[in-house]
Design a protein around this ligand. Structure first.
Ligand SMILES: [Zn+2]
Length: 212
């Protein structure tokens, strides 16, 4: 058995069980095309798969995953912006009704950002440049609660990172237009998969509220 056999066996199970019981569901996804109602920006972390956490079906969510569930700043500079391209596709082509940014507990991307801000020299090529886009999250967390450190700083920065990404998202012209037209809503959520807890940011109270 090779390393990839587990995946191939998984595909065989999918083909027999999920697809086999309802092939029409999958063929309809082709004939009718995809029209997901939700786009999510989630972390690439292997433990926080939105399709599993939210028990969705194929075609339900347009998932954009990267390090730290990050929406970068809007930069119309002709360079290669993978996350921004996916957001544009979700809003302009698929016309999703909701974009949900899903930060998560024990995010390695946030740890990376904090370590660099605290002076650890980075040796990577791309990772720190990317997670630097969230350094404001640590600054905001410390401003709200000076003296935070360790796990408390990590957790507070993870929640603030969702808000930094939300702020960035609100500056994309096609997002501004769709929100103004009333066809798009933006959400910031915080997932702790290890405790099965989900929080949603309430812009009216300015706090994350635990889902009951
Ligand atoms: Zn993460």
């Amino acid at each position: 058995m090779t390393d990839t056999d587990a995946l191939l066996n998984g595909f065989r199970k999918f083909r027999e069980n999920l697809y086999g019981k309802n092939p029409k569901q999958y063929r309809d996804l082709l004939s009718k095309g995809q029209s997901p109602h939700f786009a999510v920006v989630a972390c690439a972390d292997s433990r926080v798969d939105p399709a599993i956490a939210f028990q969705t079906e194929p075609g339900d969510i347009f998932a954009i995953r990267n390090i730290a569930a990050l929406v970068p700043p809007y930069e119309d500079d002709g360079r290669h912006h993978g996350t921004s391209a996916a957001l544009e596709y979700a809003v302009r082509i698929l016309k999703v009704g909701h974009i949900i940014i899903i930060g998560h507990a024990h995010c390695g991307g946030i740890t990376n950002m904090i370590h660099k801000q605290e002076g650890t020299e980075s040796t990577d090529t791309f990772i720190s440049t990317w997670t630097d886009l969230l350094k404001q999250a640590r600054e905001r967390a410390l401003k709200a609660e000076p003296g935070l450190e360790g796990e408390a700083l990590q957790t507070a920065s993870e929640r603030q990172a969702v808000l930094v990404s939300l702020d960035n998202l609100k500056a994309f012209p096609f997002v501004i237009d769709a929100v103004a037209a009333g066809t798009l809503s933006l959400h910031g959520w915080y997932l702790n998969i290890f405790e099965a807890m989900l929080e949603a940011f309430n812009p009216e109270t300015g706090t994350f509220e635990l889902l009951g």
